[in-house]
Design a protein around this ligand. Structure first.
Ligand code: G3H
Ligand code: 13P
Ligand code: ZN
Length: 344
């Protein structure tokens, strides 16, 4: 059974823990997340991006998510659309059985151009109407991810602001956040506090000037107490994984991510409940595959290198579940969910 995001995050908010929302693109990543959730007795939030849907196809992802729910019945599972860029993308996700969708109206449908407040309100409210009619939760976003000092947005393949952004765009305004929540009826709100997607977030260990964790308390004070706050771009970019990648032929430039302690503080002072992590798992998989291929050049069976890669991702997922506090929370979440949810 798949569950909407809201009741799962309600338990997190009520018990002061966070849940890692982990991106998946294939069987190996979905298995890694589900095994980690089972082992730590954590709820699981699997995020599927537009890129993932293009890569694997909705037919495969749909089969995979319902199969995962059947195979791991004890794991409270949410399947969430990451960064929907227009209502149609959210509508098709709902039609395919996703139990939560993100309408990222902070950018126009090109996924690159910052939008204005009223455009964001209009598209997000529209998605709330479509999704809530089917019992599906909705995450919106106010503010644009990007570096607070350089003003550069983060541009990944599918999603990310282009060009220079102002500090007003880069740091979510608490009053605007409160107004946005009131006008749209979203269940969860992604906010901008200096993080960005991908493997190049900060050029040195982040301080309060570039990672505004304390700002979350100001946003928290203005939005309704039951509102869920979401942190995107929350990979920690572990140095040991970057080292392995570079040791075995990779060419990653130096960079720092979001320290786990900063995320723990965000959970404590900001009541952040959903924390998006993708890049750390990509690094873990790439490191394991690079190492294997260099150390065992005679091997060519893909299962030989996907096995350690999957295990490496599982280890990262478990660590995040433990660090954010969702490990061991299965009983409380199962109690809250009772019998409801969405069956294949
Ligand atoms: O928000 C970005 C996520 O890391 C997903 O990335 O769009 O390349 O699948 P993707
Ligand atoms: P990272 O690139 O830091 O893992 O962020 C992922 C994310 O925010 C997905 O929405
Ligand atoms: Zn994101």
């Amino acid at each position: 059974m798949l569950h909407p995001l809201t009741p799962v995050l309600d338990v997190a908010l009520g018990n002061q823990f966070g849940i890692p929302a982990l991106n998946g693109n294939n069987l190996e990543q979905v298995t890694a997340i589900m095994e980690a959730a089972r082992k730590t007795d954590s709820p699981a939030i699997i995020q599927l991006s537009r890129g993932a849907r293009k890569y694997a196809g909705d037919w495969a992802l749909r089969a995979l998510m319902f199969a995962a729910a059947d195979q791991y019945p004890e794991v409270p599972l949410v399947v969430h659309l990451d960064h929907g860029n227009e209502p149609e993308v959210c509508r098709s996700a709902v039609a395919n059985g996703f139990t939560s969708v993100m309408m990222d109206g902070s950018l126009l449908p090109d996924g690159k151009t910052p939008s204005d407040f009223w455009y964001n309100v209009a598209v997000t409210r529209h998605v709330v109407e479509i999704a809530h009619a089917k019992g599906v939760s909705v995450e919106g976003e106010i503010g644009c991810l990007g570096h607070l000092i350089t003003g550069t947005g983060e541009k990944e393949e599918e999603q990310g602001a282009e060009g220079k952004l102002t500090r007003r765009q880069l740091l979510t305004d608490p009053d605007e956040a409160a107004e946005f929540v009131k006008l749209t009826g979203v269940d969860a709100l992604a906010v901008a506090i200096g993080t960005s997607h991908g493997a190049y977030k900060f050029t040195e260990p982040p301080d309060a000037d570039v990672l505004a964790i304390e700002h979350l308390a100001k946003i928290r004070a203005k939005v309704p107490p039951t509102m869920h706050l979401v942190m995107h771009g929350s990979s920690s970019l572990p140095q040991e994984l970057r080292d392995v990648i570079n040791q075995f032929g990779g060419k990653l430039k130096p960079a720092w991510g979001v320290p786990l302690e900063a995320i723990q503080r965000a959970i404590r002072i900001g009541g952040v409940t959903k924390i998006n992590v993708d890049t750390d798992n990509r690094l873990a998989i790439t490191a394991a595959i690079r190492r294997f291929l260099v150390e065992q050049p005679d091997k060519f069976d893909l299962r030989d290198y996907w096995r350690p890669a999957r295990a490496a991702m599982q280890e990262v997922c478990e660590k995040r579940m433990v660090a954010f506090g969702s490990a061991g929370q299965g009983p409380k979440v199962r109690e809250k969910l009772g019998g409801y949810g969405q069956k294949s």
